[in-house]
Design a binder for this molecule. Structure first.
Ligand SMILES: Cc1cc2nc3c(=O)[nH]c(=O)nc-3n(C[C@H](O)[C@H](O)[C@H](O)COP(=O)(O)OP(=O)(O)OC[C@H]3O[C@@H](n4cnc5c(N)ncnc54)[C@H](O)[C@@H]3O)c2cc1C
Length: 389
């Protein structure tokens, strides 16, 4: 069976890997649009969830929690060990007080459920303890530690999946694709004037998926939400194993090896694909970061990444076919949690492209479901890899 995957962010790369590993003939086409979300994403992986996310996401989150470690093991077993996936744990920081106590109790209750086992240890931290683990933090902040939180470098995970797909024979092509249709079915894609046929085409074009499907009369409810995210370097700091720091609000800090600290991120709807670092965006991210981590004030500004989260109006992804149109599977719309759920969404999409049933009810994710009215999508409050702790 020949399948074309349009888009090679974390979702498309996962689809290609899972298809190729099942013996399908795979071609990935990627247009390298400026602002690929995967290349800009922070890297908080917290699938258990999910304050502020729709209840329909629970099944996906639990599936992803189970799938991710298995996927990483399979990649490593196949000789692809630079996955960027590191369980460093996470601390939610706040002023000491009842809010953290309540969250602590809620997480302990959650952890008793068998499917939440990956949450790991949950520990209430006294004022000053978070700064012991993440030394640039304010030392009056208390916290809540969860050992199961994982840091993933989206670029490395994407490339690891693509490398593993290639090892199974998947091919790759650069260029913008458009869909080709005959009768009531999608027959393949056109790239640079060349038509390439396939038994199935999977749309994994992130925030650009709407533009890809519009010419064939399919109006996908997915819109770009801009994220500006700041990378700072702290020479001399051994940051590789620092935990992820989350707040009760939308900002967070991650550390990567080599003194790199990442502070995220803006959530801007209604700006289309405007790929700029703005004064307001940078100010917001920097102000939020320094408010909890004054020790960053001497950091070197290394870069600001800008990405477009593929956001649906109801916050749930788009996964499945379109009624009346054969040969097409859509897999996108993960908004702020695509580095967390993307690899699993990719596995499910691969199953659908191969004509298999998914192991969960996909009705809430139908790409042609009714969704709230959208005028370039107002903000909603789900944070990057959001949520409960
Ligand atoms: C600042 C920021 C921080 C984030 N932090 C987190 C986080 O901490 N945790 C988390 O879980 N998630 C996070 N996310 C969300 C996550 O990054 C995204 O949900 C995820 O990367 C989306 O992946 P994707 O593969 O669907 O889309 P993308 O990564 O955007 O990839 C889509 C690809 O499709 C290609 N394409 C589109 N149309 C065509 C076409 N017609 N022809 C060829 N190619 C095409 C594009 O060029 C692009 O390469 C963050 C996002 C941002 C922007």
């Amino acid at each position: 069976m020949r399948v074309i995957v349009v888009g090679s962010g974390i979702v498309g790369a996962s689809i290609a890997y899972h298809l190729a590993a099942e013996g399908a003939e795979v071609l990935t086409v990627d247009g390298a649009d400026q602002g690929q979300a995967t290349a800009a994403g922070a890297g908080v992986v917290f699938p258990w969830l999910l304050r502020g996310t729709p209840p329909s996401m629970t099944a996906l989150g639990l599936g992803a929690a189970e799938h991710y470690p298995r996927l990483v093991e399979a990649l490593v077993a196949a000789g692809v060990d630079d996955t960027g996936y590191v369980p460093v744990g996470g601390i939610t920081v706040a002023e000491d007080g009842p809010m953290l106590d309540e969250m602590h109790d809620a997480l302990l209750r959650l952890r008793e459920q068998p499917q939440m086992v990956g949450l790991g240890e949950v520990e209430r931290l006294a004022p000053g303890e978070p700064a012991g683990a993440f030394p640039v933090l304010r030392d009056d902040l208390a916290g809540l530690y969860v050992s199961g939180v994982v840091r993933v470098d989206g670029r490395r995970m994407r490339d690891a999946l693509a490398q593993a797909a290639a090892a199974h024979g998947a091919e790759r092509r650069s260029g913008g694709a458009s869909l080709t249709v005959a009768g009531s079915g999608v027959t393949g894609v056109a790239v640079d004037g060349e038509t390439i046929g396939a038994d199935a085409v999977v749309v994994a074009g992130g925030a650009w998926s709407r533009a890809l499907c519009e010419p064939i009369g399919v109006a996908l409810p997915v819109f770009p939400q801009r994220g500006q995210i700041l990378h700072l370097d702290l020479p001399g700091h051994d940051t590789g194993s620092w935990p992820i720091i989350r707040t009760l609000y939308e900002h967070y800090l991650l550390a990567f090896p080599g003194g790199r600290v990442v502070a995220g991120a803006t959530r801007e709807s209604g700006v289309g694909f405007d790929h700029r670092v703005t004064a307001r965006g940078l100010h917001k991210v920097l102000t939020d970061a320094l408010a909890i981590a004054p020790g960053l004030d001497d950091g070197t500004v290394a870069e600001v990444r800008v990405g477009f989260r593929p956001l649906s109006p109801d916050g749930a992804p788009l996964l499945g076919g379109i009624d009346g149109l054969d040969g097409l599977v859509v897999a996108t719309g993960l908004g702020p949690i695509g580095l967390t759920l993307g690899p699993y969404l990719g596995a499910l999409a691969a199953d659908l492209a191969l004509g298999r049933d998914a192991p969960l009810d996909l009705t809430p994710y139908r790409p042609d479901r009714p969704v709230p009215h959208h005028s370039d999508r107002p903000d909603h409050t789900v944070s990057d890899a959001s949520q409960s702790s």
